[in-house]
Design a binder for this molecule. Sequence first.
Ligand SMILES: Nc1ncnc2c1ncn2[C@@H]1O[C@H](COP(=O)(O)OP(=O)(O)OP(=O)(O)O)[C@@H](O)[C@H]1O
Ligand SMILES: [Mg+2]
Length: 497
Amino acid sequence: MSNHIGIDLGTSTSGLAYLRPDGNPEIVPNADGERLTPSVVYFDGNEEIKLVGSAARDGGDPDRTVFGVKRRMDDPDFVVTIDGEKWTPTEISAIILAKLKRDCSAILGDFEDVVITVPANFNELARKATINAAKIAGLNVLRIVNEPTAAALYYAHSKKIYGKVLVYDLGGGTLDVTLVDVDSSSDSYRILLSEGARHLGGNHFDEEILDLYAEQYRTQKGGELYTNEMERRRALQSGEDAKKMLSKLQQVSGTVGNKDRGLARVELTRDLFEGAIKRLLTRTVMLVEQALEAVDLTPGDIDHVVLVGGSTRMPVVRRTLEDTFGFTAVSCGNVDECVALGAALFAKKAAKVAEVCNHGYGTLALVDDPETGKESLQNSVVIPKNTPLPCSISETYATSEDNETSIEVDITQGEDDDPRYVDIIGRITLQVPEGRPAGCKVKVSYSYDENQRVHARVKDEESGISKEIQIEYKGEGVLSEEEVERQAAYLKKLRIE
Ligand SMILES: Nc1ncnc2c1ncn2[C@@H]1O[C@H](COP(=O)(O)OP(=O)(O)OP(=O)(O)O)[C@@H](O)[C@H]1O
Ligand SMILES: [Mg+2]
C-alpha cells in the first residue's frame, strides 16, 4: 500500500493518485474504469444506494441529481433537500470521497491517510468543510494543499520546469492563478501569491453556449428551448459536448430540443463561441495582471506559464495567454489530472513547499480617523494576505472605555478597512477585573497553520487572562462535530457505487 495518496476533489470531476515506488505519481481508476470521477451524486428514491460519477451525471431525475456542491462549500446556509431530507455540501462531498476511497482501495489496499486539494482562495469555512467531508468518508487528512501548488509540483516533476512559474488553473467552476518560485537545486517551492475567482470556469462557458442555442431554437421554433430543469440540463450537456469538440474543430452542429416543441438543428462555430466568452476570458487576464502587479512582477519576469484544468484545452485560452506573455504556455496534456498527481507528490514533499496566507485576518477596532478626528470602527488587519507561512503575528490594542469588564474581540477574514466588506468568522469575550481606566493593553495573536487554518488568542496584558478564539460557523449547511461522527457511522453502512 502506498503511503502517499492525493485526492483532487473538483467541481466537475474528482481524481485520486498515489506515488509509485519509483517516485512517480499515478492516477488510480474508479471501479467504472474511469480515471476521473464526475463529482455528481444521484439519490435513488427506492434503494438505500447513492450513485456517484458518470452513472449519476447521465442518469435520470434532475431533482435527485446533485452537481457542483464544491461551489457551495463556503455557504453556511446551503443545503440540498431530497425526499424531505437535508444534505449539506460537506455530506455530499463525503459521498464522492467515499466512492473514491472504496473504489481505489480495491486496487491500492485499505488506506485512510490522504492529502486533499482545495482552490487557493477557499476560505476557512470551506477548508474546514472539506476536512469534515473526508472524516465522514473515513479518510484522515494529513494535509490540505492548494490545487495550483499541487499542480506546480507535478509540472516541476514531470516537465522539469523551474524558475518563476505562473500556474493558470481554469477548471469547471473556478480560476486560480498562482506564482511559484521553483528552485531546482533544492527541489523546493516558494509560493509568492495566489489569486482566484470563485465563479469563473468551464460551467460559465457552457452557459454562454446554452444562450446561443436558446436563441437559435427560438428563431427556428418560435418557442423556448427549455422550460424546466431537466430540459435545461440536457441542453447544457449538449452545449458542453459541443464546447469540447470546438477545442479541436472549427465548427460543430447538433440537435437540441424538447418533447413539446420538437427538435432543432443548432450550429456553432469556434469564432461565435470565442466571441461569446471573450468577456470572461478578459476577466481571467485581468486576474493574471493583478496577481503579477501585487508582487511587483511583469509578464517578462515569468519563466514559464503552466496550464491546469480542463478548460485550458480550449485553443482560445492558450492564445490569450500567449498574447499576454509572448511565449507559449506549457501543457502536460492531462491538465485535469495534474492536481491529483501533484497532491500525491505533495504527500511526500510537503516539507519542501513554502505557502502564503490566502486571506487577510484581522480584528475590528476603533481607530482615529486623521481627517475627521473622530473614532470609527475599522477592520485592522493582523495577518495580511500573502504573508509567508507558517506565521504568527501579534498586534496590541487598547481598551476604549473606563471600567470595561468584558472585552469583545472579533476575528475577521478579508483585506478591506471597512467592516462591511469583511467576514466576521469568530468572536471572543474576555472577562477582566473591574475598575480599570481606558487604555489597558489587549494583545491579539494570530497564527496560521499549515492547512491554512487560522488560530487566534486574545490576552489581557495586565491580568494575564487569555483565551483562544473558537471559530464557529452557524447555518444549516454547517455540521457540528457530533453530526460529523453520526454521518461517518451512517456512511459506513451506505451502498455507494
Ligand atoms: N476538451 C475540452 N475543451 C474545453 N473544455 C473542456 C475540455 N475538456 C474538459 N473541459 C472542461 O473543463 C472543465 C472541467 O475541468 P476540471 O476537471 O479541471 O475542473 P474541476 O477540477 O472539476 O473544477 P475546479 O478546479 O473548478 O474545482 C469542464 O467545464 C469541462 O467542460
Ligand atoms: Mg480542478
